[in-house]
Write a protein that binds this ligand. Structure first.
Ligand code: NAD
Ligand code: DAU
Length: 356
């Protein structure tokens, strides 16, 4: 029985990971430590809350005492650190929380793991720290080329700078103390339970509510999209097969411009909403080009060859299949969407988009 400390497990990718792992394995125990910020939602975990293999602890990864208490009480084998402030636009408006959670929080977790797992100069067998990172640490690409694990680090937003800082701390614990670690760097995820501040769920939500569809700049920035389950599968393989100290890039090899994504969502929604009155209101006329994001990275594209060759991983979901599944999920889970877009979400939306 392996015990996983999953941080940020009530967020988008963390909750998909927990759902995936509890469904796949019977002999694991997952502790989900999450602060439940605006992005954390226990409704994402309805399917596992009754499981004997899962518990939830509400708390902050920067809380030294709490984190140490968890390590003292449970025999943690793996830390999977998803917890983060994750939205680039918020980091541009207000970077402080990004530094606290993403940098200081990772440091607190590393120290607690070191104190618990290191006996003299030796590390206990079978332990590992997985830092869930992002392709944004590599900066921005021109029209050609790909990010590999040895591409230079060149973060360009407060968010990506905080993630890079955390990666370097994790690397330092391997280089200095020989802590068994892996760093994963994934491209843009999409799928169920993503908070509708991110492009895909925001566009779906706005289409359904007759709002403008905001496109930053000329709409030709490129992201490399991966269905969230394929990311979860890769992390599981990294835990079990990843060589200590290694970085693994994960990507769907699905490069799309933002304008393409928006037009695709409009088309799928119109096809799915056959007899629904909302269908008539949805059109490309809703698209509104707005002021660009400051420092907007032009293109991301991951070369996942190392992860494929070493771990036997490949992304199983084509973009065409994944995006239809995703749009359907948001249509079938309108209550989930309504609940999180009431209250504070409206204030955020007004602040970010009304005067843009
Ligand atoms: P998210 O914003 O949906 O979820 C983050 C979760 O972390 C939330 O549940 C939140 O409550 C929790 N959290 C925030 N601060 C915390 C703290 N101080 N202590 C404990 N919990 C805290 O993020 P996501 O999109 O699921 O991303 C998860 C991780 O994956 C992040 O580290 C992100 O950098 C990385 N990542 C995301 C993507 C993507 O496309 N979304 C791609 C690559 C990497
Ligand atoms: O690449 C991995 C990263 O992907 C993760 O590390 C981040 O946590 C995650 O948020 C995501 O970052 P992006 O900035 O790429 O995602 P976002 O959904 O915010 O934006 C995707 C693209 O769409 C980007 O070029 C900006 C653009 N955009 C976004 C929004 C919210 C718009 O044009 N309009 C919008 O309203």
């Amino acid at each position: 029985m392996k015990t996983y400390l999953v941080t940020g497990g009530a967020g988008f990718i963390g909750s998909n990971f927990i759902n995936y792992m509890i469904e796949k394995y019977e002999d694991i125990f997952i502790i989900n430590l999450d602060k439940l910020t605006y992005a954390g939602n226990l409704n994402n975990l309805k399917g596992v809350e009754e499981s004997k293999n899962y518990i939830f602890i509400k708390g902050d990864i920067t809380d030294v005492e709490l984190v140490q208490l968890i390590f003292n009480k449970y025999s943690i084998d793996y830390v999977i650190n998803f917890a983060a402030e994750s939205h680039v636009d918020r980091s541009i408006e207000n970077p402080m929380e990004f530094i606290k959670t993403n940098v200081e929080g990772t440091f607190v977790l590393l120290e607690a793991a070191k104190r618990s797992w290191m006996k003299g100069d030796q590390w206990e067998e079978g332990k590992k720290f997985i830092q869930v990172s992002t392709d944004e640490v590599y900066g921005s690409l021109g029209e050609t080329g790909y990010f590999s694990e040895i591409s230079p680090l060149d973060p360009r937003s407060p968010y990506s700078a905080s993630k890079t800082s955390a990666d370097l701390l994790v690397k330092s614990y391997h280089d200095t103390y020989k802590m068994p670690v892996n760093i994963t760097r994934c491209s843009n995820n999409y799928g169920p339970y993503q908070f509708p501040e991110k492009l895909i769920p925001l566009i779906i939500n706005n289409c359904l509510n007759g709002k403008d569809l905001p496109i930053y700049g000329d709409g030709k920035n490129i992201r490399d999209w991966i269905y969230v389950d394929d990311h979860c599968c890769a992390i599981d393989l990294v835990v079990n097969r990843g060589r200590a100290g290694q970085v693994y890039n994960i990507g769907g090899e699905n490069e799309k411009t933002n304008i393409d994504i928006v037009k695709t969502i409009i088309r799928i929604l119109k096809n799915l909403l056959i007899d629904d009155v909302r269908k008539e209101g949805i059109s490309e006329n809703q698209i509104k080009y707005v002021k660009d994001r400051k420092g907007h990275d032009r293109r991301y594209a991951i070369d996942p060859t190392k992860t494929k060759n070493e771990l036997g991983w490949s992304a199983k979901t084509s973009f065409d299949e994944g995006i239809i599944k995703t749009v359907k999920w948001y249509l079938d889970n309108s209550k989930w969407l309504e609940e999180i877009t009431s209250g504070a979400y409206e204030d955020y939306y007004k602040k970010m988009y009304f005067d843009r």
